[in-house]
Design a protein around this ligand. Structure first.
Ligand code: MG
Length: 380
């Protein structure tokens, strides 16, 4: 029986992770759950899955929850300290990180330092501190494993292969809601940007898919997870979103990973690895899909993808700045105070003001993150 903690259990990845765990009661159980502020859903989850520990980040809601969980013998914790406790709880074998944004970094680092199997759905911490996390993982005998569907695909294609055999990693992108459409990016509404054609996800990542920043971040994520150089990572647009990723080997052979667009698949693999569990997810039916399409990404129309490459090329803390400026730009867009077309402009401007720090420590990474957020906040 594998004991699992979920950090971010009330979001879309968290809820899907619980569905996978619910479907495999013989193999998986829950020891800790953490969420930001959705106390009611967290209470329901705790009643069903009976963890030892529950963390609600917001202190006021946590007091409400504590009263209700006490009689069930479940301990409630709060704040950053609580998040760390849920991420490092001794009885957990594997910790699933599914919180949106940069806030996940400290708890992930703590889980790595506690030697856990760390399954990462939120790419931001890897973009910010991939080097640091990988070094620590080696030192503490922890494992970093991907839940992001493209990286899960790469991981499955790469299983058991020596690093020297890799020529290229190819990530596919659905292209988001605006691929191939003539639309004025200055006038895109929040509703249009949130209408993703293939995946149902949280608002931040859905906007990132519309700008292609999601793929820019994923390129950086792939360099850290698989220890490859930037020019070994390619992106192709694949609107059907059935082929999640491909690996080209030095002999020219390519392996691809295919699957329906259901996050339960990569989540389940991250929990079952190195085994595979049965499930009730519908089979991929290729004769119904019939055709696959592949396109080169249009970097002029979607400059955020180019900015992802650029940030990694400039190196050091530049990806931290890319990520932070993007988070603020996306929240501004969602709040209606920044045009969709201004998202890449804001990010580029903040990047151009940053002098990257090499081999950054955690505190230098967090400093760069804070600096970039401040810069992005005052952008007009
Ligand atoms: Mg992805």
């Amino acid at each position: 029986m594998k004991q699992v903690s979920i950090i971010g259990s009330t979001g879309s990845i968290g809820v899907n992770t619980l569905r996978v765990i619910e479907a495999h009661p013989e193999e998986l159980s829950i020891v800790a759950l953490a969420a930001r502020r959705n106390a009611e859903l967290l209470l329901e989850q705790a009643k069903q899955f009976r963890p030892k520990l529950v963390c609600l980040f917001e202190a006021e809601e946590a007091r409400w929850l504590e009263k209700r969980l006490k009689r069930l013998g479940i301990r409630t914790v709060t704040g950053e300290e609580g998040l760390i406790a849920a991420s490092t709880i001794a009885s957990a074998d594997e910790v699933v990180f599914a919180m949106a944004g940069a806030r996940g970094l400290k708890p992930i680092l703590a889980a790595v330092q506690a030697g856990k199997i760390v399954a990462i759905a939120n790419k931001e911490p890897l973009v910010m501190a991939g080097e640091l996390l990988r070094k620590e993982a080696i030192r503490r005998n922890a494992k970093l494993i991907p839940i992001d569907s493209e990286h899960s695909g790469l991981w499955q294609c790469l299983e058991g292969r020596a690093k020297e055999t890799i020529k290229k990693l190819i990530l596919t992108a659905s292209g988001g809601p605006f691929f191939g459409r003539r639309i004025d990016f200055g006038k895109v509404t929040v509703r249009q940007a949130l209408r993703h054609p293939r995946w149902k996800m949280g608002p931040k990542i859905t906007v990132d898919s519309a700008t292609l920043m999601n793929k820019g971040l994923e390129v950086i994520e792939a360099t850290h997870l698989f220890d490859v150089s930037l020019d070994q990572v390619d992106v192709v647009i694949h609107p059907e979103a059935v082929v999640h990723a491909l690996v080209e080997f030095v002999d020219g052979a390519q392996l691809a990973q295919l699957g329906i667009t259901d996050m339960r698949l990569p989540i389940q693999y991250a929990l079952s690895y190195p085994m595979r569990f049965q499930n009730s997810v519908p089979s991929l039916n290729l004769t119904r899909i019939k055709k696959f399409h592949f396109f080169k990404p249009d970097l002029k129309r979607f400059p955020c993808l180019a900015l992802g490459y650029e940030a990694k090329r400039r190196g050091g803390t530049m990806p931290v700045v890319l990520n932070a400026a993007n988070e603020i730009a996306v929240y501004k867009f969602l709040a209606g105070t920044l045009a969709f077309s201004k998202i890449p402009k804001l990010i580029e401007q903040v990047m151009n003001r940053h002098r990257p720090v090499r081999q950054a420590t955690l505190s230098q990474i967090l400093q760069a993150d804070e600096w970039a957020r401040r810069e992005a906040e005052v952008y007009e």
